[in-house]
Design a protein around this ligand. Structure first.
Ligand SMILES: C[S@@+](CC[C@H](N)C(=O)[O-])C[C@H]1O[C@@H](n2cnc3c(N)ncnc32)[C@H](O)[C@@H]1O
Length: 260
């Protein structure tokens, strides 16, 4: 930018399939000078490899990649208040790192980018972190968002289902709050961030599950059926995949059986 303003693009890159990169994302990547990558421990190698492959394939021009360690997050907080506090604390520390990256690694007038898994609007902290940095006022920049294909869209596409039934709502929840939806059979429920196979609460309740792990990647696993019939298959598949890869990302849709 000619007036010296720094600019950040928050670019959704899809949920694992390089073909999910949109033309808008590629355009934004090609006008980026510096890519910021926050490394996550266990998921590190394959996610970083995918980002690097995308850059090698789609960004032929000169650019830099700056890596920083994602701050440690306290996942031991059980209560809802404790969980929210832990997330806010983690975001604050993430904001410290990103603020430094924008201040020190981006020259006036340059464009930086964060490549965000799936879509930046869904369970991702990048936008909240940029808001926090803006509010602090220590570094000045503009930013925009390029939407990406979320894991939820990918799940629905792979199972060839719609996310909602006719005229009904859909509810998206992290696994740790799924219990609050038991007994509400008006809408369908999409579950993310579930480390505990919370769908088991629905066994025997006439609920169908559409489950997917590593969606869009060569390791993708899909299982669907009545929860009571497939819960054990999913447990086995999760355990085997986690043992093989060291980490797992799975998402699922819960739908009352027999409804259109
Ligand atoms: C921090 S959230 C990020 C979501 C992302 N912004 C999106 O749009 O999909 C991580 C959660 O997304 C889901 N997820 C992301 N990528 C996935 C994939 N390739 N396969 C299955 N689930 C995925 C999982 O529920 C995982 O726990």
């Amino acid at each position: 930018m000619s007036d010296g303003t720094k600019h950040i693009a928050v670019i959704g890159i899809g949920s694992g399939d390089p073909d999910q990169l949109t033309l808008g994302a590629v355009k934004a990547m090609r006008s980026t000078d510096v890519f910021f990558v926050l490394e996550k421990g266990e998921e590190k190698s394959s996610l970083t490899r995918l980002r690097r492959t995308m850059l090698a394939e789609h960004v032929p021009g000169p650019h830099r990649v700056v890596e920083a360690e994602d701050p440690w997050r306290d996942r031991a907080q059980g209560s809802r208040g404790g969980y929210a506090d832990a997330v806010h604390d983690w975001r604050r520390r993430r904001a410290d790192i990103c603020e430094r990256l924008i201040r020190e690694e981006l020259a006036p007038g340059q464009r930086g980018a964060f490549l965000v898994w799936g879509d930046p609007s869904l369970y991702d902290s990048t936008l909240a972190v940029l808001e926090e940095i803006t509010a602090r006022g220590n570094v000045t920049f503009t930013y925009d968002v390029v939407p990406g294909v979320s894991s939820v869209s990918t799940l629905a596409a792979r199972h060839r289902v719609g996310l909602n039934r006719v005229g009904r709502p859909i509810h998206i929840t992290p696994g740790r709050r799924l219990a609050e939806t038991v007994g509400n059979d008006d809408g369908d429920v999409i579950v993310m961030l579930d480390a505990h196979e919370s769908f088991r609460q629905f066994a025997g309740g006439g609920t169908w599950i559409y489950w997917g792990a590593y969606l869009g990647t060569p390791d993708e696993i899909l299982i669907s059926g009545p929860v009571e019939e497939v819960a054990e298959d999913i447990r086995r598949a999760r355990a085997a995949a986690r043992a093989e890869h060291g980490w797992i990302m799975d998402t699922y849709l819960l739908r009352p059986c027999g409804d259109a």
